[in-house]
Design a protein. Structure first.
Length: 246
């Protein structure tokens, strides 16, 4: 079943109105007709509104609410992925898979070893594309919320933002002891906010690690092998997801 996001104001009683770019997608790409069923979420209450299409208009799709599902598909904790800017299009893959795994927000970080530099119109264009990828992944995985992709932050800004969260993890190749990583993950509680900070290709500089640790982030190991930047965050998110949902 196809899933879409709407503003809360677009759900009025039993009437649901879909507008924007989804109208063309529903009418001309999916070729859906009156009587067919779809689902929507408003990004706030974590509910799925199951609807039937009543009318395909020029600029909107009129739907009638059939029932509401409240099945708690979102993770019980909010996970924030701070991702050091990688080369090429790796960020697109990271965002897509992180959203599928249940991330709440993605924060691109311009670390000192980040080769990619974004500013001005280029950053605005990338951010719009990244948010579009997040929305498509949220629709595909039937998320109840639409995860936000932040504008690029400096390391200092990222560390300051992460410091507002209850659990703060920074995978680091020189960290020792898988037992400590296991202990931290097993101590996670539903409702906690969790920051995961991943370095770019080449990892964080030692000065960045010190800055993060001084702000309360906990270095953790992810095993004996060195993971690529596009692998590390997704692996950590998978571990967190498994623990919170098992």
């Amino acid at each position: 079943m196809y899933h879409f996001f709407v503003e809360p104001s677009q759900i009025q009683g039993t009437e649901v109105i879909i507008t924007g770019s989804d109208v063309n997608h529903i009418k001309n790409v999916l070729r859906m007709k009156p009587g067919e069923e779809l689902s929507v979420s408003n990004g706030l209450d974590q509910k799925e509104y199951r609807c039937g299409i009543e009318e395909c208009r020029d600029d909107s799709i009129l739907c009638r609410l059939r029932f509401v599902k409240e099945d708690g598909l979102e993770l019980p904790s909010r996970i924030y992925l701070f991702q050091g800017l990688p080369k090429a299009d790796k960020m697109e893959l990271i965002i897509q898979k992180a959203v599928e795994l249940g991330v709440y927000e993605v924060i691109p970080v311009a670390a000192r070893r980040s080769v990619v530099k974004l500013e001005g119109k280029r950053e605005a264009g990338k951010l719009a594309r990244w948010q579009g990828i997040a929305e498509a992944a949220a629709k595909q995985s039937r998320r109840r919320i639409l995860p936000k992709v932040h504008p690029v932050m400096s390391m200092r800004e990222a560390v300051a933002y992460a410091s507002t969260m209850e659990v703060r993890l920074i995978p680091y190749e020189l960290a020792q002891g898988m037992g400590k990583t296991k202990e931290i993950l097993e101590a996670l509680q539903p409702g906690q906010s969790v920051a995961v900070m991943i370095g770019p290709e080449g990892g964080f500089e030692e000065s960045e690690i010190r800055e993060a640790v001084d702000a309360g982030m906990q270095p953790v190991t992810m095993g004996r092998r060195i993971l690529r930047t596009e692998t590390a965050g997704l692996a950590m998110l998978s571990w967190i997801m498994y623990h919170l949902e098992s």
